[in-house]
Ligand binder design. Structure first.
Ligand SMILES: Cc1ncc(COP(=O)(O)O)c(C=O)c1O
Length: 358
């Protein structure tokens, strides 16, 4: 019967594609968003997580009562926690400290064990979330480390589902696909399907300012000087994951913390689509290719997760102020230390008074 399911996992995928009126008007092309927060774990990572778990089961790596261990900025973790709850596995997630509190709370709500690790350490540092997940899996009986950064079921999930859905939802008319990249699973898996259908579809990756994905795509080399800390979650990398297949990506752009936050907030107000921080980066990516677009072009951008995961971040004015990301009305902290015009008038009068009395 339509709309009736045996488990929550059957509702993964088949997310809606929605036209963005204001963005279409401003960039001068038809722009649609694939709203991945319609997945039950509120993100696109449900797709990859389900494919990775089912392959581990098929290969006999994951047995009843087993333990799933993963390093995740939060969304893959939430998808795995949900899948483990349904299938009866234990779930352990190592998460970087920059991930939002909401993501940590959601993981715990779904029964996962969460280990918060320092964010700005190198991947090989024993304290990094990658290394912590690897160590725990190695030291735990009946545990499997899914490793989304190398696992080919991650891009394959998007090849088999996301790409096909987008192609069918646009009746094959899309001309551009724009998506953020972290592991690269969403971008390169979807791009591979679309390119196989039509070589002329332009595929554009959105990297974070401070990450090396864009410069690696352009030069074939990792420039460590490009690396700097940034606030965007789930986007960008300091190395090239095995799940990122650059050959299916035509071009990369980079989105900054401020522009991404602004785009996400505008999306909520103008289109009533309440999406996450990286969704703002994806929209920023569309604006960055606006000069390459014609009126007849059909652009699809993928919005990876839901805004509710960022209530303490981009949807919180105090956080925006603390991180110098608030809008124009906001006065930067250093300006509050400078004397105001009234202060300067008082200062001049005081100086004159001292001068006259001396
Ligand atoms: C919020 C968010 N946006 C974008 C991405 C990037 O997706 P992918 O890892 O498929 O490249 C992730 C990945 O975890 C994410 O959590």
């Amino acid at each position: 019967m339509a709309g009736r399911y045996q488990s929550i996992l059957e509702t993964i995928g088949n997310t809606p594609l929605i036209r963005l009126d204001s963005v279409s008007l401003e960039v001068g092309a038809e722009v649609f968003a694939k709203i991945e927060s319609f997945n039950p774990g509120l993100s696109t990572k449900d797709r990859a997580a389900l494919f990775m778990v089912e392959r581990a089961e098929d290969e006999g790596l994951l047995k009843p009562g087993g333990v799933v261990v993963e390093a995740s900025s939060g969304n893959t973790g939430m998808s795995l926690a949900m899948i483990c709850a349904v299938k009866g596995y234990q779930c352990v997630i190592a998460i970087p400290s920059k991930s939002s509190k909401e993501k940590v709370d959601q993981l715990r709500a779904l029964g996962a064990r969460v280990i918060v690790c320092p964010a700005n350490v190198s991947k090989d540092d024993p304290r990094s979330y990658y290394e912590v997940a690897r160590r725990i899996a190695g030291n735990t009986d009946n545990a499997v480390h899914l490793n989304q950064y190398q696992n080919q079921s991650n891009p394959f999930a998007h090849y088999a589902t996301t790409g096909k859905e987008i192609y069918e939802q646009t009746e094959g008319k899309l001309t551009h696909f724009v998506a953020t990249a972290g592991t690269g699973g969403t971008l390169s898996g979807t791009a591979r399907y679309l390119k196989e259908k039509n070589q002329n579809i332009r595929t554009i990756g959105v990297d974070a300012e401070g990450s090396i994905l864009k410069s690696y795509h352009e030069t074939g080399e990792i420039d460590r000087d490009e690396l700097k800390p940034y606030l965007l979650e789930g986007v960008g990398k300091s190395y090239i994951p095995g799940s990122m297949h650059m050959e299916y990506v035509d071009h990369f752009v980079q989105a900054g913390d401020r522009a991404s936050a602004r785009r996400a907030k505008r999306l909520a107000r103008r289109e009533a689509i309440f999406a996450g921080y990286s969704s703002g980066a994806a929209i920023e990516g569309v604006y960055q290719i606006a000069d390459q677009l014609k009126k007849s072009d059909v652009v699809v951008t993928l919005l990876p997760d839901h805004g509710s995961k960022y209530m303490s971040k981009i949807y919180n004015q105090d956080w925006l102020r603390e991180n110098r990301l608030a809008g124009k009305k906001y006065k930067p902290y250093y300006q509050t230390l400078l004397p105001t015009t009234i202060d300067r008038v008082k200062l001049r009068r005081l100086k004159k008074w001292i001068y006259l009395r001396s």
